[in-house]
Ligand binder design. Structure first.
Ligand SMILES: [Fe+2]
Ligand SMILES: [Fe+2]
Length: 379
């Protein structure tokens, strides 16, 4: 297939894919029009993938690139497609041979409904944000020619939210500094999704395995806390710092032994003592890093304290838990109860979780925050 043929076919893929996403956002799931656009996209992509094995579309500024060259396409289709990518903070999509109709359909429906939980790369549809390599670091003799720029961009690393969360934990484990670009980008990504969705529960991911727990728990607590904070009226840099605090609340767990974290039964008192050190360890670790907001240090330390002064770490009487820690203590418990854990194969039913929050309102949790949180998840 020469480039002209590729161009033509690719522009038809983009147009029909865009129509599929737009229609899926308007019509019910089984509407024939939605299915027909997905089917058309699937057939066109199938033709392409049969020849090429995989195809990547990259967004650079206002230009779509395919095979390192700009894709020529009708303006209206192009604008709508670019908007879909931007809405989901996607700069690059790769379709791989072997893609099934059901996978394409799921991808289309996720893009139309803005479900963060389901928006994860798979073997046959990979997507992510571009991080352009720093030329000075990579190649001191770089001459900045446009062709080189495109090549470099094409090789750029995909950084998903999952990668960024894993980076944070890995850097902490290695004794390196947390990159605030990562935390800010995660918060930005969450806020973008939050603004498209009225009910936070539809954005939460499910835990499929223990390996995914760190990512899922961090993402869920981040999303729920940001939702609650914005609902309460926090804005701008306050809101951002609350999001950063939620993302970093359990960073002290990086040194907690795996056999304690994934123990299927109840912890012994010695194991519990080790587990409970994660909050102070996290706080000390964050405190050593000059660029981390103070509130994140406080939230790491205080998120297992209770409203009535009990919980851990134990502190002297008169200590007042910060409101951000109080928010995280609610979203943290909510997520821990609603996801599968090694010691509890099924999540606690939603009604029971609400009952637990209500019955511990005033003792474990700030009553006003419980009330607002329940209003929010009942929306
Ligand atoms: Fe914790
Ligand atoms: Fe937690």
């Amino acid at each position: 297939m020469d480039f002209n043929e590729l161009q033509k076919l690719m522009s038809r893929v983009v147009t029909s894919f865009t129509a599929a996403v737009e229609n899926a956002g308007i019509y019910p799931n089984d509407h024939p029009q939605v299915l027909s656009f997905i089917r058309k996209t699937y057939n066109l992509l199938g033709e392409l993938l049969e020849v090429k094995g995989e195809i990547t579309i990259i967004l650079i500024g206002d230009t779509l690139m395919v095979d390192k060259r700009p894709l020529i396409i009708l303006d209206s289709g192009k604008t709508a497609f670019i908007q879909i990518m931007r809405d989901h903070l996607i700069d690059r999509v790769t379709f791989v041979r072997g893609l099934s109709f059901a996978q394409l359909e799921e991808f289309v429906r996720n893009l139309s409904s803005a479900s963060l939980a389901a928006m994860r790369s798979s073997q046959y549809i990979k997507f992510g944000k571009l991080r352009i390599k720093d030329h000075d670091e990579q190649d001191p003799d770089h001459d900045d020619s446009p062709a080189d720029e495109i090549d470099t961009t094409y090789d750029a690393q995909v950084q998903t939210t999952e990668d960024r969360i894993n980076n944070i934990y890995q850097n902490t484990l290695d004794g390196e500094k947390i990159n605030l670009e990562d935390t800010d980008e995660i918060v930005r990504h969450f806020m973008d999704n939050i603004h498209r969705e009225a009910n936070p529960l539809r954005l939460l991911a499910e835990t499929k395995s223990n390996d995914e727990y760190t990512f899922t728990h961090t993402a869920n607590v981040g999303i729920l806390t940001l939702f609650l904070a914005e609902y309460l009226g926090f804005k701008g840099s306050y809101l951002n710092n609350i999001g950063v605090s939620a993302i970093l609340h359990d960073v002290g767990k990086v040194t907690t032994p795996e056999e304690i974290l994934s123990k299927p039964g109840p912890l012994t008192s010695d194991e519990r003592t080790v587990m409970e050190t994660h909050s102070t360890k996290g706080a000390f670790n964050l405190m050593e890093q000059a660029n981390i907001p103070n509130i994140a240090v406080l939230a790491a330390m205080e998120h297992h304290m209770k409203y009535n002064g009990t919980g851990y770490p134990r502190v002297k009487g008169g200590w007042e838990q910060n409101i951000v820690s109080q928010m995280i203590s609610i979203t943290d418990v909510y997520d821990a109860l609603r996801t599968t854990r090694p010691y509890r194969p099924d999540p606690v039913p939603l009604n029971k979780v609400k009952h637990i929050l209500t019955s511990e309102s005033g003792s474990s949790f700030n009553p006003y925050l419980v009330e607002q949180f329940l209003n929010l998840i009942d929306k």
